[in-house]
Design a protein around this ligand. Structure first.
Ligand SMILES: C[S@@+](CC[C@H](N)C(=O)[O-])C[C@H]1O[C@@H](n2cnc3c(N)ncnc32)[C@H](O)[C@@H]1O
Length: 222
């Protein structure tokens, strides 16, 4: 039984849960100290994502300032820093942020250890939030969504079931996602009702064996 299950009545704080995931490699492992999972490393997922973000970020005369919410092991973020004016990468796990700070260096890069649901977030033009909200309870997603209104652009990636599904069935924050409940996050739907000015689907990748689809949207917020 996982530590998380031992106290079924009161869920563990999200910070402890995420720390445990990295401590015992619940998202798998490679030869690095921290591993954020298949979704952060599989070239079929990562390469098209970097390509489409590079195109978007390079389309501005003045590069954007970016906040990467839930930056994880930074295999993704490290490839985007050079297309930004300033890049602030945030995660809830202190040891991961300490490791990233030591490992990844650039004049325009900063790391911060914050809980994106509870803490005030840095200002930026654009938020990247990739395969993070899918792990959080609706109460936490709601708190994050309320903060997205402060950013001009939000680039959101979520893992969804194939075909039709009931959006936003609640989960306890953790390693898993809504897929086993044949659900996935749609922040445009209740109870979140996010209302951006513009919506564009940038990317969609069907995983093998009916394991769902990874979708990336660009929201122009105001
Ligand atoms: C599956 S990983 C994705 C990492 C990265 N975005 C990527 O696509 O490679 C999810 C990350 O979100 C972080 N996270 C989860 N809840 C968070 C919270 N409330 N505040 C900040 N980071 C959080 C986790 O610690 C983890 O590193």
């Amino acid at each position: 039984m996982s530590l998380r299950m031992q106290n079924a009545k009161k869920p563990w704080p999200t910070k402890k849960v995420m720390e445990q995931i990295y401590d015992v490699n619940l998202w798998g492992s490679n030869d690095s100290e921290f591993y954020s999972g298949f979704g952060s490393h599989n070239p079929d997922l990562v390469e098209p994502y970097i390509k489409v973000l590079k195109t978007f970020l390079s389309s501005f005369n003045e590069p954007l300032t970016i906040c990467d919410l839930g930056c994880g092991d930074f295999n993704i973020g490290k490839q985007l820093v050079k297309f930004s004016k300033q890049f602030i990468a945030i995660d809830i796990v202190p040891s991961l942020i300490a490791f990233n700070t030591k490992t990844f260096k650039a004049y325009n890069l900063k790391f911060a250890c914050l809980d994106i649901a509870k803490d005030a977030l840095p200002k930026a033009d654009c938020v990247i939030i990739r395969q993070v909200l899918q792990h959080l309870s609706n109460a936490e997603v709601q708190k994050v969504v309320a903060k997205l209104a402060d950013y001009k652009y939000v680039i959101l990636t979520e893992h969804l079931p194939n075909g039709s599904f009931t959006p936003n069935i609640d989960i306890i924050s953790g390693q898993g996602i809504r897929l086993k409940k044949q659900s996935g996050l749609d922040i445009l739907q209740a109870p979140f009702n996010f209302k951006p000015k513009g919506i564009q689907e940038l990317l969609s990748y069907n995983l093998k064996n009916n394991k769902g689809v990874i979708v990336t949207w660009l929201f122009e917020v105001f």
